[in-house]
Design a protein around this ligand. Structure first.
Ligand code: GDP
Length: 327
């Protein structure tokens, strides 16, 4: 039985990946921080096969202890301060967890090592936010980075640290440059979930408007469940490498609103949206669209869920959840 250690186990991707790996007969361990972390119960209820191990991306000795205890075949580093807007308010914390956390996890793997025949394989969740003010469209593995937020800057550090540990120490360390990926488990602070949840609540008469910032930015939105399969595929290869994980389609927030309004049977979303500068960022990423040709051609990965279906899955989930909460 293969053993996997996942950081960020309580987040959207950690939950999807844990489910995916249990389905592949892995013994799955999730790193959990803090005392009485309220999310621990949620993830254990959702996935009883999951085992939790204490540790914190801000604390190297706790990571060494976790890797020693678990003796993983594979480590997936999904833990991060992942909300761009928060990263502007807490840049130092973001640099520490999202950036230095990668270095600490790689150090723990380097120190503990694994066996010569079975070295620990490492996946780093890199981000399309590293492209920021994009230098070319679509973005590929060789597009230069120009991050536009403390989050993007920290992810660039994590990305290059992963490349460096691969080159310097021969670690099987791979980096997946993930474009935005969403689903019903996405936090309500992200624009997709804020919109599908808001439209569902409007449909149910629970609120009248949604407050949003910039409606003109455009993102390559995929389904998180599809993306964790790509992460796993990357670690099954004989050689570590970097891959873009993306759908190759981009949509503006206006198109997101169009799609969500269609799900609810509303002709026009304009009266339902108010603009609030508090949701605008000091520096914006205007357009992201990834080219995942390398992942498709070398690893045979294809996204299964398209944009309209993704929005529908999220809207329908939110409708049921909000109706249940209100009753
Ligand atoms: P990001 O790509 O990681 O920043 O994902 P988000 O879902 O947080 O934001 C996607 C885009 O939507 C960004 O360009 C935001 O500026 C824009 N946006 C507009 N209004 C909102 C809002 O109310 N909340 C969030 N999160 N983003 C918004």
């Amino acid at each position: 039985m293969k053993r996997a250690l996942i950081t960020g186990i309580t987040g959207q991707d950690g939950r999807h990946l844990a489910e995916f790996l249990v389905g592949k007969d892995y013994q799955v361990f999730g790193l959990i921080r803090g005392q009485n972390n309220p999310k621990a119960l949620l993830v254990q209820e959702e996935n009883p096969a999951l085992e939790l191990v204490g540790g914190d991306l801000q604390d190297l000795s706790s990571l060494i202890a976790a890797v020693e205890q678990v003796q993983p075949d594979e480590v997936y580093n999904l833990g991060a301060i992942s909300f761009v807007q928060l990263s502007f308010k807490q840049p130092e914390l973001t640099a520490d967890i999202t950036g230095l956390g990668v270095l600490r996890m790689l150090e723990a793997i380097r120190v503990v090592g694994g066996t010569q025949n079975n070295p620990i394989r490492f996946y780093q969740a890199s981000s399309s936010e590293m492209f920021g003010k994009v230098r070319e469209t679509p973005q590929t593995e060789s597009t230069p980075f120009h991050p536009r937020s403390p989050y993007g800057v920290a992810k660039v550090f994590g990305h290059y640290t992963t490349v460096n540990y691969r080159e310097a120490y021969g670690l099987h360390a791979s980096s997946g440059i993930c474009f935005n990926h969403e689903g019903p488990r996405r936090g309500l602070e992200f624009v997709t979930r804020k919109v599908t949840n808001g439209v569902a609540r409007i449909k149910l008469g629970l609120q009248s408007t949604i407050s949003l910032g910039n409606l003109d930015s455009s993102r390559d939105w995929g389904y998180a469940g599809d993306y964790v399969a790509a992460m796993w595929l990357m670690l099954q290869q004989p050689e570590p490498d970097d891959y873009v994980i993306a759908t190759g389609e981009t949509h503006t927030n206006r198109e997101l609103l169009d799609a969500a309004a269609r799900c609810a049977g509303f002709d026009d979303w304009e009266p339902l949206v108010t603009r609030d500068p508090r949701f605008e960022r000091p520096a914006e990423v205007d357009l992201l669209v990834g080219d995942a040709k390398k992942l498709q051609e070398k690893l045979g990965w294809q996204p299964k869920v398209g944009f309209e279906e993704l929005v529908r899955i999220m809207y329908e989930h939110d409708l049921v959840e909000e109706a249940a909460r209100a009753s």
